[in-house]
Structure formats: C-alpha cells, structure tokens
Ligand binder design. Structure first.
Ligand SMILES: Cc1cc2nc3c(=O)[nH]c(=O)nc-3n(C[C@H](O)[C@H](O)[C@H](O)COP(=O)(O)O)c2cc1C
Length: 268
C-alpha cells in the first residue's frame, strides 16, 4: 500500500468541525421516533398493483432526498437514482420490467443505477466540498485517505494489472495484520457499487412508507432495454427498479413471511 500509516485509525474530526448542532439519536427517540419508524418499517410491503396515480411531486422529491442520506463506502455515493418522468421512457421501463404489474400500474418508477465508474469524479467533488474549493485544509488523515488510500483501492485498468497488484499486496500484508482483501477483481468493484445503491434503494422505500406511499423493489427486468430507454452510459449498471404509488388492496399478495429469527440472526 502506498500509505505508511493507517488513515482509518488516525481519522479525526474535520478541521473546525463543531458537532454540537448535529441531530444525533438519543434516549428520547424511543418515545418520540421509534413508534413512527416501526410503523413505516412494518407497513412497507412489496405491492404489485397500484392505482396508477403519481406520487405528489413534492413527496417524491423528499423521498429521493431521503434516499441519498443512505451511508456509502468512503462517502463516494457511486450511484444515480433515475426518477422516470417522461411518459415514453416510463412505458419503456415498465415493459422492460417484463411487464410486471408492479411496474405497469405504478404511479412512479425510480431506476436505481450503480455507478462504480464515478468513484473518482465523486472523490474530486467531495474533496472540493470538504476543502471549500481548496480554501480550507484537510486533516492529514483525510488527505491520506482520499488522496492516496481511496485511489489505490478503487483504480482499475482494462488488463486487471491493478487488481492483481492489490491481490498480491493485500494478501502479503494480510499475513501479519488485519487487512481488507479487496477489491481484487471486476466483480468486487461491481458488488461495491451495487452495495451502495442498494442502501439508497431501501432508504427510498422506507421514506415512501413514512410518507404514506407504497413501493415494490423490482429485480426482474431486462437491463439492456432499461439502459436503452434511459440512454445510460456503458459503465452504469441497473441495481433495481423501485415502483411507487398508492397500492390497491389486491396489490398485497400475501402475509409477510420471514424465515425464523434464528436462521438469519446469529449471536456469536
Ligand atoms: C432486489 C429485489 C428484487 C425483487 N424483485 C422483484 C420482482 O421483480 N418482482 C416482484 O414482484 N417482487 C420483487 N421483489 C420483492 C420481493 O419478492 C419481496 O421483497 C419479498 O417477497 C418480501 O416481501 P415484502 O417486501 O412484502 O416484505 C424483489 C425484492 C428485492 C429486494
């Protein structure tokens, strides 16, 4: 690795940052916030038939802004949320969702797109914001993190040489100390981007629920046709489509079903 120290353990608050004005969870949340959160969480179900009316524009905008509050790796936010408003594009996306009723009857459709390729563009935007266009210094750890470690981890090349170098070096260093073990192949880079976009997708659905609207995550789609409908650039990858709106009673196909807690939650 190009860094001699570990910027993750040396990270401290940004220069001049005062956290006293930030909202943080506290004891009172259990009474004030938890009931509403639980309601929004449990009311979110995958709805397959909507009444077709669009979600009010202001609600949709608020939900989309909530969605991008989702956390992301290195805060690089490598995704885009395409709120499909053009009727022709909308129809094309719904058909590309294999004509599923959840898409065909939706009030709105949002295509969640992973943009792993934008890591460097977004890194520069973040640096510009953090340094107030270069007028404010970064801590050494942040400088090290964003200007050395992140590029070292995320850079790729067509022949896979950087991935190979990372694989060797991370494995070598990992023999004697805890070490991240990737990304070392194209799949790792793709998973990374889809992880971030999925968190935004889930946040969007929870926000829709909290606003009184329903949704369905759609993974059954023709990615080539969606790419064509939205004119997506080649490196963009569709993570899922979210349909949204007011669900019809018949749009709920069954009771919520989950595997037993013990199958999914492990206390170790
Ligand atoms: C990534 C993903 C893809 C999905 N794809 C579809 C889909 O193509 N069509 C559909 O009707 N439901 C789809 N679903 C919804 C799931 O079937 C649903 O979430 C699951 O049955 C649990 O039900 P619930 O969401 O009501 O709790 C998808 C869910 C996820 C997370």
């Amino acid at each position: 690795m190009t860094t001699t120290s570990n910027p993750l353990t040396e990270m401290t608050a940004e220069i001049g940052f005062d956290s006293s004005g930030e909202v943080r969870p506290n004891e009172s949340f259990r009474e004030t916030t938890l009931p509403g959160f639980k309601q929004a969480l449990t009311a979110r179900r995958s709805i397959r038939v909507f009444d077709g009316d669009p979600v009010p524009e202001a609600v949709m905008q608020d939900c989309l802004r909530d969605a991008i509050l989702a956390p992301s790796s290195s805060n690089l936010q490598p995704y885009e949320l395409y709120w499909v408003r053009d009727p022709e594009k909308r129809a094309a996306v719904a058909v590309a969702c294999l004509g599923q009723p959840a898409a065909m009857t939706a009030g709105d459709l949002v295509v969640i797109v992973a943009r792993g390729d934008l890591w460097d563009v977004n890194r520069h935007k973040l640096l510009d914001a953090m340094t107030k266009h270069g007028t404010k210094p970064l801590t050494d750890a942040l400088d090290d993190y964003y200007n050395r470690l992140v590029p070292w981890l995320r850079k790729t090349d067509a022949l896979g040489v950087r991935n190979l170098m990372r694989r060797v070096l991370l494995a070598y260093r990992g023999r004697t100390e805890p070490m991240v073990r990737g990304p070392v192949n194209r799949g790792d880079h793709r998973v990374w981007a889809h992880t971030q976009s999925s968190l935004a997708a889930q946040t969007l659905m929870l926000s829709l629920s909290a606003h009184g609207y329903e949704s369905c995550p759609i993974g059954g789609y023709d990615s080539v046709r969606i790419r064509r409908a939205l004119d997506l650039p080649r490196p963009a990858e569709v993570t899922m489509v979210i349909s949204a709106g007011r669900g019809k009673p018949e749009g709920l196909y069954g009771r919520r079903l989950r595997l037993p807690d013990g199958d999914l939650i492990k206390e170790v």
